[in-house]
Every structure is written in structure tokens, then in C-alpha cells.
Design a protein around this ligand. Structure first.
Ligand code: FE
Ligand code: FE
Length: 290
């Protein structure tokens, strides 16, 4: 193992949280897929524990501190493919028959987008969208990398998953933060709002600081795909702006592929690598700062 996982926080369980989202949000109008992972009580306990930590510690100040730490992007330099290889060391080795590696999740998402005939930038977005999870390899606990994100610095929505755990967040008792607008101005737009820290925001900065030429819908998909209180629950309408509303359908479209493209058929990287290499060359060539 060449990473530095905090002990008691097995990286091998990283995928569980994505699967949990799938369980909470079955495809509208469809019955939950039989061949998706079954959720026993121990998985649910793990998810509860995860959100207990996440909701307690994701404060406004915590988010600022993580931004100061990571957004200068001075951890390492990697090409997109090097980041995929690096992230792929996060594998669920406890259950190899069911769990997909990180690269397989990225490829299945991207291939599902491609199979529907979408533009190449959309396909590449699927392929890179979770690369911010390399934060785990930099020693961040999972509750600071994955899971749903939500605005901090204003009152917490009761549509956030496990809202009861937000009572443990000291910001919920801070008069500066616990009004509907909090530190923000009405209609200021998502770009001015701090979300709980995780892989979405981090990757957004990696690609934009690299001078990414992916179009704006791609940037929204990357930055907000975990923000379920916004893209699924329609919360924070006082804070978002018209541009966010315009981009919302793209984020929702992307979400279908992120959640429902999982299948036991493992994509064959050797068959696909040339195609993805050419997409990376086109939109995100060379070394990126992480
Ligand atoms: Fe993600
Ligand atoms: Fe994903």
C-alpha cells in the first residue's frame, strides 16, 4: 500500500457512499435494480457513522482551512492518466466480485454517456469526475472527501441527508451562520457559496487552474455533482442565481450516469485507453497541478 490512510478509516470502503446514494435515490419511476448491491444493516450503520462525522466537522471554518491547504495545488503534479492510476490504488479488496475499482466507475460512467451519443467533452467529464478523491491518498478522512455536499455559512437545510446530525455542527448554534442567508447575499450564486469540503470542489480547481477548455456545463457537473440538496432537493433557492438554474439540467443529466451506470461488466481499459487518451490530449493535456 503506497498511501497514508488514517488508521481505522479503511479506504477500501470508499465506494460504499456512492452506492448509498443509489439506494436513496432509485431511478424515478423504476424499481431499484435487483443486481445492485444489497444494503445490510452494517452498511447502513457505516453510512450513518460516516454522516455523523461529516455533519459534525464540516464547519465553515473547516472548509476555509481545507481551501487554504489544497487550493494552492502544491501537493503534486500529475497528468490525468497518472491521477487515474493513482486513484485506482483505492480498491475495495474486501469484496472484489462486486465492487468496482475507481477507474472502472469512471469508465462505466463515461462509457454510458458515450453510448447515448453525447459530445466528447461530456464523455471526458464522466471519465474524470471523481479524480478529486485523490484527497484520500493525501491523508484526508473519507468524511472530508466523499458523500453529499451542502452549503456552509448559512442555515442547514433539513433536506440534507441525516439532518439530525447537523445539530452536532457548532455552526448550527452560531448566529452568524444560522439564518437562511447566513454570510451570503440573496441570489449571490453557487460560485460565491462555500460547500462542505470534498472531491468536487477540489477537482474543479485542479481543472480550471490548469486552463481547462471543458465547457461550463462540464465544470458544473464536476463541481456540484455531490450537492444533492441543490440538484435533487431544490433547496437554497434564495442563494442560487439564474445561471445556476440554467446549468442545473446538466448536473441532473450527469447524475443519472454517475448513479445508474454501474454494472458488473467490467470495462476493458486496454480497449478504451486510446480513445480516452485522445480526449485528455484535446481538453486537459500534460501535467496538472494537484
Ligand atoms: Fe463523485
Ligand atoms: Fe462518481
Amino acid at each position: 500500500m503506497d498511501h497514508h490512510a488514517p488508521s481505522g478509516n479503511p479506504l477500501s470502503r470508499l465506494d460504499d457512499w456512492d452506492d448509498f446514494v443509489e439506494a436513496r435515490y432509485p431511478v424515478p419511476g423504476e424499481k431499484a435494480k435487483e443486481d445492485y448491491r444489497k444494503y445490510d444493516s452494517s452498511t447502513r450503520d457505516g453510512v450513518r457513522e460516516f454522516y455523523q462525522l461529516n455533519h459534525r466537522y464540516q464547519t465553515y471554518d473547516f472548509v476555509q482551512e481545507k481551501k487554504r491547504t489544497y487550493l494552492p495545488l502544491q501537493k503534486r503534479e500529475m497528468t490525468v492518466l497518472e491521477a487515474v492510476e493513482y486513484l485506482n490504488t483505492l480498491v475495495d479488496d474486501s469484496d472484489p466480485d462486486i465492487s468496482l475499482s475507481q477507474r472502472e466507475h469512471l469508465l462505466q460512467t463515461a462509457e454510458a454517456i458515450r453510448a447515448d451519443g453525447h459530445d466528447d467533452w461530456f464523455v471526458l467529464t464522466g471519465f474524470i469526475h471523481d479524480l478529486g478523491k485523490v484527497l484520500c491518498l493525501f491523508g484526508e478522512p473519507q468524511w472530508a472527501v466523499v458523500g453529499d455536499t451542502f452549503p456552509v455559512g448559512c442555515a442547514f437545510s433539513n433536506r440534507i441527508v441525516y439532518p439530525e446530525f447537523l445539530q452536532d455542527n457548532p455552526d448550527s448554534r452560531n448566529p452568524r451562520f444560522n439564518t437562511p442567508l447566513g454570510v451570503y447575499e440573496r441570489g449571490c450564486g453557487l460560485k460565491n457559496i462555500h460547500l462542505s469540503w470534498g472531491h468536487d470542489e477540489y477537482l474543479f480547481h485542479v481543472i480550471t487552474q490548469a486552463g481547462c477548455s471543458l465547457p461550463e456545463p462540464a465544470q458544473y457537473m464536476i463541481r456540484y455533482h455531490s450537492c444533492y440538496p441543490w440538484h435533487r432537493e431544490n433547496e437554497y433557492q434564495d442563494l442560487v442565481d439564474d445561471h445556476d438554474r440554467e446549468m442545473l439540467p446538466w448536473v441532473m443529466k450527469f447524475n443519472q450516469y454517475d448513479l445508474y451506470s454501474k454494472s458488473p461488466n467490467r470495462p476493458d481499459w486496454s480497449q478504451l485507453s486510446d480513445y480516452y487518451t485522445s480526449l485528455i490530449e484535446k481538453y486537459l493535456p500534460g501535467k496538472l497541478a494537484w
